[in-house]
Design a protein around this ligand. Structure first.
Ligand code: SF4
Length: 335
């Protein structure tokens, strides 16, 4: 049993993982309706998510937009505050760490987003952008920061002298390399990749994925990979969690999941996104209706209004986690 699943089903394992997300909930109050009859609703962006990221491993969260995967990543980055649940870094809750430990955490956990250009100041040279996270460490002086930025640029396939260029002087793929250089410049332990190749052309996408993989092999850091493109997830990950409406539906080793998806939601995702293969027998599953609002999540199994296999119990009882294969768990009443 993996530590991630141990967390999900409440079984103790040896030693803490590098990152443990335990029963995370992130809710927001939103105002909806016409002006005079406006109501405050609770939007359950993340509604009980648990997983682990181990040293040197890539854990991917896959799901449609709005399923809560980016909010989960933002909570790990300490940008969103959990409503309940915990996030543990090397066994310590992020709620309990002091200011100095928070600085160390922010240095150890970096992120690469879909659109790096939006976070770059067009009037500042990219050297400034790359070295920003290094300012958290006061023992690194200006000269060393510049040297680190140059080294990081070379590691991502750019030139050391590009440190003095402006963001508009790079192509889209090169800007994503600059964003990766910023992430690796502070020697992180974990990098959160939030749709890092979604906005790139297919050929550039493959180059960036290969770069991310080779950097991980050399430097040994972990990735928390947020994506909706299944082929990319399969290529990158050791473990995959499938999220729907704020909750994890299935959790598995990557190859096991892609060879044998068990949850109807995962099967529907694969039906919609992956091409048929003559050597692989696949069950095509189509969902009914539209996805429910995160302010009005159905009771029981939250997929029951859409699932073609729904039984009476599905609208009444939230399914528990069941082990359905080696390193493979799902939450569905069919099992
Ligand atoms: Fe479908 Fe029921 Fe399984 Fe939910 S628990 S996915 S509704 S069969």
């Amino acid at each position: 049993m993996t530590t991630a699943q141990a967390t999900a089903v409440g079984v103790a394992t040896n030693g803490p993982p590098m990152l443990r997300v335990n029963d995370l909930h992130v809710f927001f109050n939103v105002r909806r309706g016409p002006l005079l009859r406006r109501k405050t609703l609770t939007l359950k962006a993340v509604d009980g998510v648990s997983f682990d990221v181990n040293e040197g491993e890539t854990f991917s969260i896959v799901g449609e937009s709005g399923c809560g995967k980016t909010t989960t990543a933002r909570a790990v980055l300490k940008v969103e505050t959990p409503t309940s649940g915990s996030i543990l870094w090397q066994g310590r809750s992020l709620e309990d760490i002091d200011e100095q430990e928070t600085r160390a955490y922010r240095s150890a956990v970096q992120a690469v987003f879909q659109d790096p250009y939006s976070s770059m100041n067009p009037r500042l040279r990219v050297g400034h952008f790359i070295t920003e996270p290094l300012l958290l460490n006061s023992s690194i002086d200006r000269r060393e920061r510049r040297e680190r930025a140059q080294a990081a640029l070379q590691q991502v396939g750019l030139r050391a002298e590009d440190v003095d260029n402006f963001p508009h002087e790079f192509s889209g793929g090169q800007r994503q390399r600059v964003a990766i250089a910023r992430a690796i410049a502070s020697s992180p332990r974990l990098i959160i990749l939030d749709e890092p190749v979604s906005s790139l052309d297919v050929s550039i996408r493959a180059q960036i994925m290969n770069l991310l993989k080779s950097l991980q092999e050399v430097q040994g850091f972990s990735y928390l990979f947020i994506a909706h493109h299944l082929g990319t997830v399969r290529y990158m990950s050791q473990m995959v969690g499938v999220m729907y409406l704020g909750r994890m539906m299935e959790l598995s080793e990557s190859e096991e999941l892609f060879g044998n998806p068990m949850h109807p939601y995962t099967q529907a995702l694969f039906t919609a996104a992956l091409p048929d293969h003559p050597d692989i027998e696949r069950k095509d599953v189509m969902l009914r209706n539209d996805v429910a609002a995160a302010t009005d999540i159905p009771g029981g199994c939250r997929l029951h209004t859409r699932c073609p296999f729904a039984k009476p119990v599905c609208s009444e009882v939230e399914p528990e986690w069941k082990q359905v294969g080696p390193n493979h768990w799902t939450a569905c009443h069919l099992y």
